[in-house]
Design a protein around this ligand. Structure first.
Ligand SMILES: Cc1ncc(COP(=O)(O)O)c(C=O)c1O
Length: 384
């Protein structure tokens, strides 16, 4: 098979029609910092389209997780259960509070937190569970919420990859007590760096607004209730600038059609690779019942690490980029120092060795999935 004429990058951000115009409008406005009209419009868009009490725009999902960790009032030594197969930010946010990330295994079908492993990891110090919706495919939230209720735990959904996806029709991020989104460049709906914190009940609203605004009660001052604002709590500098929010607003307004295009590319991969799964050459993503995914990631599992490398190299030779994903946190240097493992983490270790992400974005050449499928058969022809 010949090298294709243009490189196929692993990711290409899809622009929304109005984003350049909105960013230009933001730049010509008189307020680029927090409290600008675009930030307010994004928050209002999220609050209108999601069943949440309040949505607050942040610089990143990392930032939103850090605020969620403060809202959960974690103390040093408290334990927070999370999958080991996740990004560093999931654990960092809690380690920064002095809490201990407790790493548990994932389910082999969805690569999401295993509720049984989470249950086994509960101790008298456990305060929170952080389900991560890998690839925008929902965790078993029924089991996780039941566990949390039985043990009085806070559920903070890391829905970094979950915008536009749902479980039993309920948007990811709006099911736990708190939820977080990423609008990073690499996500389906993006503005460079960006995120959101979702508050799913009124109890956290007032404190969250203070935490986001450097620990001050400036909002009360702006509303005319106090003459001078001051430092009242812990705080971070969270809201993005008007330029980021303007770009995000254009993306949010067009998100239904953008996500449909992502899902269509995902489905093209899924259909093209059906034969290869039947032939036992790889495993395609498995979708649990009653979920809506967002087409963010198409990850296949190869039979072993050597076959994963063989396929990635063959695709690279043709100019097609692919990617592995998370190095399990319990194996990482900081994870060993700052967290602890609970139970066997064999599934995550195994999946880390065999998972390969294929490029998914609306501008992906439509012939690519068929070509890659032929290549898979060719590379593993001895196995067919
Ligand atoms: C599961 C998970 N959580 C958090 C993050 C951090 O997101 P951000 O880059 O918006 O801080 C990522 C990044 O991809 C992620 O995959």
């Amino acid at each position: 098979m010949n090298r294709i004429t243009t490189e196929v990058p692993f990711h290409r951000r899809t622009r929304a029609s109005h984003e350049a115009a909105y960013v230009a409008e933001a730049l010509s406005g008189d307020r680029l910092c927090a409290g600008n009209v675009f930030n307010r419009q994004c928050e209002s868009w999220l609050q209108t389209h999601l069943p949440v009490t309040r949505a607050l725009l942040t610089h990143s999902c990392t930032n939103a997780l850090e605020i969620a960790a403060i809202l959960a009032r974690l103390q040093p030594g408290d334990e927070v259960i999370m999958p080991t197969f996740t990004f560093t930010s999931t654990a960092n946010a809690f380690a920064l509070r002095g809490a201990v990330p407790v790493f548990v295994d994932i389910q082999p079908d969805t690569f999401n937190l295993c509720p049984h492993a989470a249950e086994q990891a509960i101790t008298p110090r456990t305060r929170a569970i952080v389900p991560v919706h890998y690839a925008g495919i929902a965790c078993n939230m029924d089991a996780i919420m039941a566990l949390a209720e039985a043990h009085h735990l806070t559920v903070i959904e890391d829905a970094a990859q979950g915008f536009g996806a749902a479980h039993h029709g309920r948007p990811l991020g709006s099911i736990g007590h708190l939820g977080t989104y990423s609008f990073h460049h690499s996500k389906t709906i993006s503005c460079g760096e960006g995120g959101a914190l979702l508050l799913n009940s009124p109890e956290h609203v007032a404190r969250a607004e203070v935490l986001l605004d450097k620990g001050t009660n400036r909002k009360l001052h702006q509303a005319g209730s106090i003459a001078q604002y001051s430092w009242v709590d812990l705080g971070l500098s969270a809201p993005p600038s008007a330029m980021q929010a303007a770009c995000l607003l254009a993306q949010l307004e067009e998100s239904t059609s953008l996500l449909q295009r992502y899902r269509a590319v995902w489905s093209t991969w899924h259909a093209a690779l059906a034969d290869t799964e039947q032939a036992g050459l790889l495993r395609r993503p498995h979708l649990p019942p009653d979920i809506q995914h967002n087409g963010h990631i198409y990850a296949v599992l190869l039979p072993d690490a050597a076959k994963r490398e063989a396929l990635a190299s063959a695709l690279q030779a043709l100019g097609i980029q692919t990617a592995r994903h998370y190095y399990p946190l319990h194996l990482s240097e900081a994870g060993r120092r700052l967290g602890r493992s609970a139970g066997s983490l064999r599934q995550a270790e195994d999946i880390n060795e065999r998972l390969l992400r294929l490029p998914v974005y609306p501008e992906l050449p439509s012939w690519l999935p068929e070509q890659v499928t032929r290549l898979v058969k060719q590379v593993f022809s001895d196995a067919v």
